[in-house]
Design a protein around this ligand. Structure first.
Ligand code: NAD
Length: 532
């Protein structure tokens, strides 16, 4: 996976045909900003080196944008939208292009997955699955827009026709995170262009390459220049105009709660439409009557998939009191056996965290738990090179070379004892275990959070499962499963997990205006004003 020059051999953007213009146009520095159909360097000439979190190898160098670049992109997106070059294309044709993107991603699946794994350090196998999910999201919105009908309203009068037309919102500013880089982008880009909008996307600064590949694909498919625009760079330095600039009609954000609040505050000044997909502290409720093996296995998947860097991670396990000891013994035993490794390590079950800084943050939650006297039943520390051939190593990946953190199970938690780590989103391989006595208490604990993203319940009693579903103030609920989602089904947050929905039918409506047209077929003079 590495070579003598410390370059990642998984993905090399400089030799990737789709990105040839990024390097050709860039001369001494790459030109990774995609504005008006052209690859451009950052105006101030800034660059950023992208490294693979699994082993520190260099993936590539990209342009580091500042506000001026973002404003230039917004100007192009505005002019393109106002020209009508895309919004006037019949919906079904726009849908065909969106489906074309799905086809291109499938055609280039290995390339896209390699880029995603190189940037994030996640298993190549997992990235391949992500690419299928991403293509499915483009398929969904491409198909949906082709079948969407306006709505006829019955006005209750023979001489009046009333209808609802769908129109694009206009220029959409998009800001996305690093955990599922292209998936989060797809949930926004697919409905936005299907609906006829133009957009400026700011991809997370650590994971730019799949968004760059996506821009190249839109160009190849003939999406008019200026519809799709990409900025690569860090949030505060280049992201602000997407929520403040008056030429942006809507801002769609996926990321952390604090950034989401800032974006919502900024957007209020020009009353933009705001869509927020934020964090979660997701309860996984396990009743004593659950199928034990199913519950344990899915709880491990919920907590440790992608090393817990998943907004919907089941990081808060609630287990019925009578099952606690048996559950914890088996759960911690298996957590202690989880194998860590890099993207192409065929024995690895999950990978590294995204950065040293993020690993520090995760470690901080565990330190807090330790200080409060909670019991750390597995993990509880960063992995080192010495772990490479140990319990958590495969022998293939040097665990000291990447940002690995051992899967961590925390028991002995008292939620009434000022333990913030029980409520905060660690966004890493850290799970807490609490107990409950009955359905009411399970619900009380599960809803005792500012978040409301996902939750799960494991039981063989269907009635009990439905009662729990009804009581949970979270948006996506799994019964006897964890993590699957469907592009046809809405995704989003209750409470401080967000305020919009992605996917499903609502995920398209978010990017549309609904215009009411009232047509009087027999116009009359009313004579109310000024006729004396
Ligand atoms: P983050 O908020 O730090 O960053 C997200 C994006 O916002 C990045 O692109 C970043 O550069 C940008 N940003 C930061 N400051 C900005 C500013 N002032 N203006 C404009 N952009 C700015 O979050 P993160 O650490 O990258 O992502 C992790 C978070 O994302 C977690 O809380 C996770 O739960 C959440 N998330 C939610 C969902 C969901 O569907 N609800 C999905 C994935 C991730």
């Amino acid at each position: 996976m590495t070579n003598a020059n410390n370059r990642s051999t998984l993905f090399d953007p400089t030799t990737t045909d789709l990105l040839a213009d990024v390097y050709r146009a860039g001369n001494d520095a790459p030109a990774s900003l995609f504005i008006g159909g052209q690859w451009r360097q950052a105006q101030e000439g800034g660059t950023r080196t992208i490294s693979c979190p699994a082993d520190g190898t260099t993936v590539g160098t990209v342009s580091e944008a500042t506000d001026d670049d973002t404003i230039a992109a917004i100007k192009v997106a505005r002019e393109t939208f106002d020209s009508g070059v895309w919004s006037s294309v019949p919906a079904r044709e726009r849908g065909r292009l969106v489906i074309g993107i799905a086809d291109k991603i499938r055609e280039n699946k290995e390339l896209f997955a390699a880029a995603e794994s190189a940037d994030t350090g996640k298993r190549f196998e997992d990235s391949l699955v992500d690419m299928d999910d991403i293509a499915a999201a483009f398929d969904h919105f491409g198909t949906l827009i082709g079948h969407q009908a306006g709505r006829v309203v019955d006005p209750g009068m023979d001489n009046v026709r009333s209808r609802i037309d769908h129109e694009p919102v206009g220029v959409v500013g998009m800001v996305t995170p690093w955990n599922y880089p292209l998936l989060q982008v797809a949930y926004k880009v697919a409905p936005a262009i299907a609906a006829g909008n133009t957009f400026v996307l700011k991809q997370a600064e650590l994971t730019p390459h799949t968004a760059m590949l996506l821009m190249a694909v839109t160009k190849e498919l003939g999406l008019p220049d200026g519809v799709a625009n990409l900025i690569t760079g860090a949030g505060a330095a280049c992201g602000n105009p997407l929520s403040t600039h008056p030429d942006v009609d809507m801002v769609s954000f996926t990321g952390g709660l604090q950034t989401g609040k800032l974006i919502a505050r900024n957007a209020a000044e020009t009353v933009k439409r705001v869509a927020l997909e934020l964090g979660g502290k997701n309860p996984n409720i396990i009743f004593a009557d659950a199928d034990f093996d199913v519950a344990v296995d899915n709880a491990l998947n919920g907590a440790f998939f992608h090393s817990g860097q998943v907004c919907s991670a089941g990081s808060r396990i609630l287990v019925e009191e009578s099952l606690h000891d048996k559950f914890v013994e088996e759960f911690a035993k298996r957590a202690n056996n989880i194998k860590l490794g890099g993207p192409t390590d065929d024995k690895a079950e999950t990978g590294p965290l995204i950065s040293a800084e993020h690993r520090e943050k995760v470690a901080g939650y565990v330190d807090e738990a330790r200080e409060h006297g909670a019991k750390i039943l597995s993990g509880g520390r960063a992995a080192t090179s010495e772990d490479t051939n140990g319990q958590h190593g495969t022998g293939q990946s040097d665990l000291g070379a990447g940002f690995y953190y051992l899967p961590t199970v925390i028991d002995g938690v008292d939620r009434n004892a000022d333990m913030d780590f029980v409520y905060d989103e660690a966004f890493g391989p850290v799970v807490t275990i609490e107990t409950f006595r009955d359905e009411d208490e399970a619900l009380e604990i599960a809803n005792d959070t500012i978040y409301g993203l996902t939750g799960a319940v494991f039981t063989t009693d269907a009635g009990k499962a439905e009662r729990i579903v009804r009581g949970l103030r979270h948006c996506t609920i799994w019964i006897n499963d964890y993590h699957p989602y469907l592009p046809q089904a809405e995704w989003g947050g209750y409470k401080q997990s967000g305020n919009g929905r992605e996917l499903g039918e609502v995920g398209l409506a978010e990017y549309q205006e609904h215009k009411h047209v009232y047509h009087n077929l027999t116009p009359t003079v009313h004579g109310q004003f000024g006729q004396q």
